[in-house]
Design a protein around this ligand. Structure first.
Ligand code: GTP
Length: 488
C-alpha cells in the first residue's frame, strides 16, 4: 500500500470526520447563540418602545391629569372673575418645576393662558380645537397645535362640584423635544415608530418626514408601509398585531398597539433585513470562532499528547526484572536534577565475571543475583540518589548535589558491601565483586555525557584488576602517563 493510500485511509478520514464534526458542532452552537442574540435584540428593541410610550406620552399626560385634579388652579377657574395674574404665575411655577409648557383655557373668560405669560382669546373661528375638544365625549384630549412651533397638547377637562364645565388644564410639549430622544433610540435599535390619533393623523414619529410641519399634519394613509397593507390589515381588524410587508425590497415587520387612554395607535416598524444581517453576522462569526477554538484544541492536543505520553512513559518506566528505573526513566530524573540547578555525580557499577555466574549456575540464578545486587547497592544510597539499570549487568547511580570526593566514597562503600555480601543460590553461598566508575559534572546537560565519562573510568577499573573504583581523574592521570611513556 502506498504511503498516500495509507494516509488517506486512516488519518485523513479521521481528520475529515473531526473537521466535519467541529464545523457541525460550531454551527449548532452558533445557531443557538444567534437565536439567543435575536431574542435579546427583540427584547431590547421592545423595552425602549415601552420607554417611549411611558416617558414621552404617559408621563406628561399623568402630570397634566394630576395638576388638573389637585391644583389650586381649578379653584381659580371656578371664580366668577378670572384672576389672570394668579393663574399665569401658577402656570409659570409649574412650567419651571416640570420643564413643560402649561396652560389653562377658561370657559368663563373664554381665554387661554400660557405659562410663558401670554394669553389668547378663545375665538370660535381661530381656536377650533377648544370647541371640538369641549364637545368630545372623552375627558382627556391630545392634539397637535401650532403655536410659535408645533406642540403636542394634552388637555384635561375641568368641572366644578356642580358638574359645570370650567375649561381645560393641560401641558404642551414641543414636537422638537421628542426628536432628540427618538433619534437616539432609532440609532441604537434601528426601527421606526409612529403614533396616530383617532383620525389617523400622525401625531409623533421617529421618521421626521412624517411629522407635522408648516404645511400641516400628515395622515397614516400617506405612509408607504401602511399603503402596502391589505385593506383588512389597514382597518386593524386582523387578529394578529404583527404584520409582514415588503416595501421597495425591504421586509418590514409592523407591530401595532393601542394607547386607549388617548385613543391613539402606536406602530413599531422593524426592518427585518437589518435584523437578518445582524443574525447572519453573529452566526458566521460564532461559527468561525468555535471552529477556530476546536481546531486549535486539536492542534494543541496533537502536539501535547505525544509529549505528555513520552513524559509519562519516561517517568514511570522501570526495568521489569529489578524494578529499577530504566534508561529513559534515568534520563528523565537526570533532566529534573539539572533543571533544579543541582550539580550531580554519576557512578556506573558492573558485576565482575557475571558471565561465569550465568554459565555455572544458570540464567535464573543470574537474574536473582542481579536483583539482590541492586538491593545491596541501594542500601548504601540516600533517598535522593537514583539507581537505574543501564543494561545487562550494568547499573547507573545518580547522586544529586554530590561532589567528586563524596561520590568516590559512595562507590567505595558500595564496592565493599558487594564484596562482603553473601549471595545465596540453592543454599550455597556465592561471593562476587563489582567494579565502579565515577564521574562528576558540575554542569552536565545530558545523561549520556556523564555516563560516558563514568564508563571510561569503569573500563579502567576492569583493566586494573576489577573489584575496584576508578574515577575520571584516574582516567586523565592514566592518559597522561601513557602520553609521557610515549614521549620517552
Ligand atoms: N541472568 C542474566 N544475565 C544477563 C542479563 N543481562 C545480561 N546478562 C549477562 O551478563 C553477562 C555479561 O557478560 P560480559 O559482558 O562478558 O561481562 P562479565 O562476564 O561480567 O565480565 P566483566 O564485566 O568483564 O567482568 C552476559 O553473559 C549476559 O548474558 C540478565 O538480565 N540476566
Amino acid at each position: 500500500m502506498r504511503f498516500w493510500q495509507k494516509y488517506l485511509n486512516s488519518k485523513f478520514y479521521f481528520m475529515l470526520i473531526f473537521v466535519m464534526f467541529a464545523v457541525a458542532l460550531s454551527a449548532i452552537i452558533s445557531l443557538s447563540k444567534s437565536v439567543e442574540n435575536q431574542s435579546l435584540l427583540e427584547i431590547r428593541s421592545l423595552t425602549p418602545a415601552f420607554d417611549i410610550v411611558s416617558e414621552e406620552i404617559l408621563k406628561p399626560l399623568f402630570i397634566a391629569e394630576t395638576v388638573a385634579r389637585a391644583s389650586a388652579l381649578k379653584l381659580h377657574m371656578n371664580d366668577n372673575v378670572i384672576d389672570e395674574e394668579k393663574i399665569t404665575n401658577m402656570l409659570a411655577e409649574m412650567s419651571e418645576e416640570f420643564a413643560m409648557d402649561f396652560f389653562v383655557a377658561s370657559e368663563t373668560s373664554r381665554t387661554q393662558y400660557y405659562s410663558d405669560g401670554s394669553s389668547l382669546p378663545l375665538n370660535a373661528a381661530k381656536v377650533e380645537w377648544y370647541f371640538r375638544a369641549k364637545n368630545a365625549s372623552q375627558n382627556i384630549v391630545a392634539a397637535l397645535g401650532n403655536r410659535k412651533d408645533v406642540h403636542i397638547y394634552f388637555d384635561i377637562k375641568i368641572y366644578n362640584k356642580q358638574g359645570d364645565f370650567l375649561g381645560f388644564i393641560g401641558v404642551g410639549k414641543r414636537l422638537n423635544s421628542f426628536i432628540t430622544s427618538f433619534e437616539k433610540i432609532k440609532d441604537k435599535y434601528d426601527y421606526d415608530f409612529v403614533f396616530v390619533d383617532h383620525n389617523d393623523d400622525i401625531v409623533l414619529s421617529s421618521d421626521q418626514s412624517l411629522l407635522a410641519d408648516g404645511k400641516g399634519i400628515k395622515k397614516l394613509q400617506q405612509v408607504p408601509w401602511f399603503k402596502a397593507l391589505t385593506s383588512v390589515q389597514q382597518s386593524g381588524q386582523e387578529p394578529n398585531d404583527n404584520v409582514l410587508v415588503s416595501v421597495a425590497g425591504n421586509d418590514l415587520l409592523i407591530s401595532k398597539a393601542d394607547l386607549k387612554v388617548l385613543n391613539w395607535k402606536f406602530f413599531l416598524v422593524n426592518s427585518l433585513n437589518v435584523r437578518q444581517n445582524e443574525t447572519t453576522k453573529v452566526f458566521i462569526l460564532q461559527t468561525l470562532y468555535i471552529a477556530f477554538v476546536l481546531l486549535l484544541g486539536l492542534l494543541i492536543a496533537r502536539i501535547a499528547i505525544p509529549y505528555i505520553q513520552a513524559e509519562f512513559a519516561s517517568k514511570h518506566q522501570n526495568d521489569p526484572l529489578t524494578q529499577l528505573p530504566n534508561r529513559a526513566h534515568l534520563a528523565w530524573r537526570f533532566k529534573q536534577i539539572v533543571k533544579e540547578k543541582q550539580h550531580v555525580s554519576a557512578i556506573i557499577a558492573d558485576i565482575d565475571f557475571f558471565k561465569t555466574i550465568n554459565d555455572t549456575h544458570g540464567h535464573a540464578v543470574g537474574d536473582l543475583i542481579l536483583c539482590e545486587f541492586a538491593k545491596v547497592i541501594k542500601s548504601q544510597l540516600r533517598d535522593v540518589d537514583v539507581m537505574g539499570r543501564w543494561g545487562g549487568e550494568e547499573f547507573v547511580i545518580l547522586l544529586p548535589s554530590t561532589d567528586f570526593q563524596m561520590a568516590y566514597e559512595v562507590a567505595e562503600r558500595a564496592r565493599v558491601a558487594i564484596s562482603r555480601h553473601n549471595f545465596m543460590s540453592d543454599d550455597k553461598v556465592l561471593n562476587m565483586t563489582a567494579s565502579f566508575g565515577v564521574a562528576f559534572r558540575a554542569n552536565a546537560y545530558k545523561l549520556e555525557d556523564i555516563v560516558k565519562h563514568a564508563d571510561e573510568a569503569l573500563y579502567q577499573a576492569k583493566r586494573e584488576g576489577r573489584n575496584t573504583v576508578r574515577t575520571t581523574e584516574d582516567v586523565v592521570v592514566n592518559k597522561l602517563a601513557s602520553f609521557k611513556k610515549l614521549r620517552l
